[in-house]
Design a protein around this ligand. Structure first.
Ligand code: HEM
Length: 218
C-alpha cells in the first residue's frame, strides 16, 4: 500500500490512468466518427447507449475516478519535481518557468474544454434539453455558444484538442520511461510509433469539427 503513495507508485498511477484515458478517447472518437455516416446512424447509436444507461453511469463514474487520480498525482509529481530541482541547482530557471507557464496555459485550456464540453453537449443530452423535433445529431450542430456549429466554439475546440495532442505526446514519452524503456533504439521505435496515437486521434477529432463548420457534416 505504501508503494502506491511513493514517488514511483504515483508515476505508475499517472501512467496507468493515462493509458485508460487514452482508451476512452479511442472509443469516444469511434462513436463520433459515426457522424460522417449521417444523422440516422448517429441518433441510433446514441439511443442504444441511452438504453443501457445504468452501465454507462458506472463507466462514467469510473472515468471520473480515473481523471481525478490522474490529475491529483500529476500535480503532486510536478510540484515535488519542481521543489527538488530548485533545491539542486539554480540554472536554467528561464526554461523551467517557460515550461511551467506552458503547462499552466495548456492545463487550464484542457480543464475549460472539459467544463464547456460537459456543460453544453453532455448536459443537454442528459437532461434532454431539446427543441421540438430536435435530435442528438442536431444538438451537436447547433450554431450557439457551446455547440459545434458555432464558429468561436469550434475554434476553441481545435485549440483545446491541439493542447490535448501535445499533452498526449509528452505523456506517452513519460509513460514509456516509467515502464522501464530507456532512450535506446527500442525506445526510439516505440516513440516514433506513438505518433500514430497522439497525432492521428486528435487530427480525426479536429476533422470532425472542421467538417461540421464546412457543412460536410450537416
Ligand atoms: C469533435 C469532437 C468531439 C465531439 C463531437 C464529442 C461529442 C460528445 C458527445 C455527443 C458526448 C455526450 C455523450 C452522451 O452523453 O451520450 C460527449 C461526452 C463526453 N466527451 Fe466528447 N466529443 C468530442 C471531443 C472530446 C474530447 C477531445 C474529449 C476528451 C479529451 C471528450 C471527452 C468527453 C467526455 C469525458 C464526455 C462525458 C463522458 C461520456 O458520456 O462519454 N470529448 N462528447
Amino acid at each position: 500500500m505504501n508503494f502506491l503513495f511513493s514517488s514511483l507508485g504515483k508515476k505508475i498511477q499517472v501512467a496507468i490512468t493515462g493509458v485508460l484515458l487514452s482508451t476512452f478517447l479511442v472509443f469516444h472518437l469511434m462513436n463520433n466518427l459515426v457522424l460522417f455516416t449521417g444523422p440516422d446512424n448517429f441518433n441510433k447509436m446514441v439511443s442504444v447507449l441511452e438504453s443501457i444507461k445504468p452501465i454507462i453511469r458506472i463507466m462514467e463514474f469510473g472515468l471520473l475516478v480515473i481523471i481525478v487520480t490522474h490529475v491529483i498525482n500529476a500535480i503532486y509529481l510536478t510540484v515535488s519535481n519542481k521543489k527538488s530541482a530548485s533545491n539542486r541547482y539554480t540554472g536554467s530557471s528561464e526554461t523551467s518557468s517557460l515550461n511551467s507557464r506552458i503547462m499552466i496555459i495548456s492545463g487550464t485550456t484542457i480543464l475549460l474544454f472539459f467544463i464547456i464540453h460537459l456543460r453544453y453537449i453532455w448536459y443537454t443530452y442528459q437532461v434532454h434539453l431539446f427543441a421540438e423535433n430536435e435530435t442528438y445529431y442536431d444538438v451537436l450542430l447547433r450554431d450557439e455558444l457551446g455547440y459545434l456549429g458555432h464558429t468561436p466554439t469550434a475554434i476553441f475546440y481545435i485549440i483545446a484538442i491541439l493542447f490535448i495532442a501535445s499533452h498526449l505526446k509528452h505523456g506517452i514519452q513519460s509513460a514509456l520511461k516509467t515502464f522501464g524503456f530507456t532512450e535506446d533504439s527500442k525506445w526510439k521505435v516505440l516513440y516514433s510509433g506513438s505518433v500514430l496515437f497522439w497525432g492521428l486521434i486528435p487530427l480525426a477529432f479536429i476533422l470532425i469539427v472542421i467538417s461540421i463548420q464546412l457543412g460536410i457534416i450537416n
